[in-house]
Design a protein around this ligand. Structure first.
Ligand code: PRX
Length: 623
């Protein structure tokens, strides 16, 4: 097969495509973004129409000014009113094979009951609710229930440990934490409630902890503070008014890693966000009434927020949601689920594809994957080999792959193919409508075709983050001052002469391990919290499956000696502080670290040394 082969859409895909002429519509959307987005927003329901589509006072944007809405109205109430109450909304399967199904009406009933339960615990509009749950229907229900009553959810991925959870609860001043008695990750029991108990210790803002029963293992309930989820909603009404929100009212905070130890609280709002995620899902995945959607993400990350909890329901889809991990109990598990539930649109990560690829094509060949129509990937660059494997063995050479580039901060897909486009394996193709993306140098000068540079976004988009929670200054600095006047994505990329974007990875101190995002600073401060460590520097080293793996350079305090035992202890320490997903692959004990004269660690030098490449310019190196 020629290496640069482009993949053309089939006539069937073309026939169904919402967008057939990308170039024309893109041009129109850029010439008059307010007209474009205003028209899309009218496909959804508003309690009161907006007065103006966009107010842009850089770097602060407001969308759908004075419009009144609620994302949950569009995700649930709207469909029920249109007579779709009996349509299946959610099919959940547990790792143990247990199955639960909810129609739109049933899902709405559950959301209303919890919404009333939360109100009974004193939750009001604007209050923060922390959600620390495994992949259970209650995770989605909790998010929707918060949004319904105007509370702001802050979901923390339950692969994070005590300290990471504690920091996030503290920053958001959460009033409630919703968790589970535990869950099984493969064979291991993870005792979520115990983690929460330690994380909330002495945090005054937390008034109640709600506990979903998943495993039935015994947990201690603290009197007056803790309540079981099923008891909270017992006998509670399944009717609850959806709160009228302003377009710009906050919907959620989602913490993500940046360049300092303190994660950034990315803030999203109801109005623009619902419009952006709705249309990107609909057009990029060509959503049809009979689709069965499966996004393998966890709602603890932005992919799950946008493309599990909200957009699929806004589109009126039936979606499948799976509790278990990939490749368990065997590498065919996911493919068997696609066959069982007749999944039509499947959205996953390059890491998962690479990991599956390792076990060969016999596993997908065992199952009937004929239901699939469109595939997607997200979270990290996909190498062309993995793309082709995914296309051939999962997509059976007939399903186009939507390689969607976006971020926690962007809320919605920003650069992605559309089903009607020709595809180049490894390229995220072109900017979505209304999105002006460019490759520039550090002074903001546009780079020529095929020249690598910084990926920036030049104009606002409706699902963009509005600010960092309680930290406008950091918002301005991190995103809008790095290269003045444009949104700095932190990614390196290039654009080829056909206008296709090729994302190369992060340029800043952010790592992508199996698609999970970590800040080097967050990891380093976890290292120094161990009594043996005086200083640490963390880099991402290329990894065949995970994309990047964590390597740490550690300076020990006097009196401590490097040993394999200490290395293991430190790895466990990181696991405990941040979570098992952050466990370093290798720790190297060193006597000093390369630093600039101003004391900044030169990770570039460490990376070069680690990979055996030339170190490059070291004129700013102190030692
Ligand atoms: O580096 C890019 C990478 O993931 C980063 C954003 O991470 P996060 O906020 O965790 O959101 C991930 C899910 C949207 C980006 O800065 N990234 C995301 N999608 C792609 C990607 N890199 C290459 N190709 C993609 N399709």
């Amino acid at each position: 097969m020629p290496k640069n082969k482009k993949y053309q859409p089939s006539s069937e895909i073309l026939k169904q495509a919402y967008v057939k002429d990308y170039e024309r519509l893109y041009k129109e959307s850029i010439q008059d973004p307010e007209k474009f987005w205003g028209k899309i927003a009218q496909e959804l329901e508003w309690f009161r129409p907006w007065k103006k589509v966009l107010k842009w006072k850089p770097p602060f944007a407001q969308w759908f000014i004075k419009g009144k809405c609620n994302i949950v109205h569009n995700a649930l109430d709207r469909h029920i009113r249109a007579g779709l109450g009996n349509k299946l909304a959610l099919i959940w399967e547990g790792q143990d094979g247990q199955e639960r199904k909810f129609t739109y009406q049933e899902l709405s009933d559950e959301v209303c009951k919890l919404a009333n339960g939360l109100k009974n615990l004193g939750v009001k509009k604007g209050d923060r609710v922390n959600i620390y749950l495994p992949r259970l229907p209650e995770q989605i229900i909790s998010m929707l229930a918060c949004a319904k009553i105007g509370a702001i959810h802050s979901v923390v991925y339950c692969g994070f440990s005590i300290e990471a959870l504690r920091t996030r609860i503290l920053d958001a001043k959460a009033k409630i934490v919703i968790t589970a008695d535990g869950y099984h990750y493969r064979e291991k029991l993870i005792e979520t409630k115990k983690i929460v108990d330690q994380a909330v210790e002495k945090i005054k803002s937390v008034k109640h902890v709600i506990v979903v029963k998943r495993t039935g293992n015994k947990v201690k309930l603290k009197a007056k503070r803790d309540v079981y989820y099923d008891e909270l909603i017992k006998g509670v009404s399944n009717q609850c008014q959806t709160e009228e929100m302003d377009s710009e009212d906050p919907l959620y905070i989602l913490y993500t890693s940046g360049t300092t130890g303190m994660p950034k609280g990315v803030l999203h709002v109801h109005g623009g966000y619902m419009v952006g995620i709705y249309i990107t899902l609909k057009w990029i995945f060509n959503i049809q009434k009979d689709d069965i959607w499966w996004c393998t993400a966890d709602p603890g990350w932005v992919t799950g927020h946008s493309y599990i909890t909200y957009a699929p329901f806004i589109c009126g889809l039936t979606q499948f949601f799976y509790e278990g991990p990939p490749l368990y109990p065997d590498p065919g598990k996911w493919w068997s689920l696609i066959a069982k539930y007749k999944v039509t649109k499947f959205y996953t990560t390059p890491t998962a594809i690479r990991a599956s690829m390792r076990f060969g094509d016999d596993w997908p060949k065992k199952y009937n994957l004929d239901s699939l129509r469109i595939l997607g990937t997200v979270g990290e660059p996909i190498n062309p080999e993995a793309w082709r494997w995914y296309h051939q063995y999962i997509g059976q050479s007939r399903c186009p792959i939507m390689d969607t580039w976006w971020q926690t901060e962007t809320g919605m897909h920003m650069i992605s193919p559309l089903p009607s486009m020709s595809l180049k394996p490894g390229s995220a193709a072109k900017p979505f409508f209304g999105v002006v993306a460019e490759i520039v140098d550090k002074d903001g000068k546009v780079k020529e075709a095929n020249q690598g540079g910084f990926l920036v976004i030049k104009t606002p988009w409706p699902a963009m983050l509005r600010t960092l929670y309680k930290n406008k200054r950091r918002y301005k600095k991190v995103y809008w001052q790095e290269i003045p006047g444009v949104y700095f994505t932190g990614d390196a990329a290039k654009k080829d002469k056909d206008g296709y974007f090729w994302i190369e990875g992060r340029t800043d101190d952010v790592l992508k391990v199996s698609g999970y995002r970590f800040g080097t600073a967050e990891l380093e401060s976890a290292f120094v919290s161990h009594p043996a460590v005086v200083e640490a520097a963390v880099i991402g080293r290329p990894h065949k499956i995970k994309g990047q793996a964590i390597k740490a350079f550690v300076i020990l305090k006097q009196g401590f000696k490097a040993s394999p035992e200490l290395e293991k202890e430190l790895k466990d320490h990181i696991k405990k502080e941040i979570g098992p997903i952050a466990k370093p692959e290798e720790i190297e004990f060193v006597d000093s670290l390369p630093k600039t004269r101003s004391g900044k660690i030169m990770r570039r030098v460490l990376k070069a040394k680690d990979s055996g490449k030339p170190v490059g310019d070291t004129s700013t190196l102190e030692d």
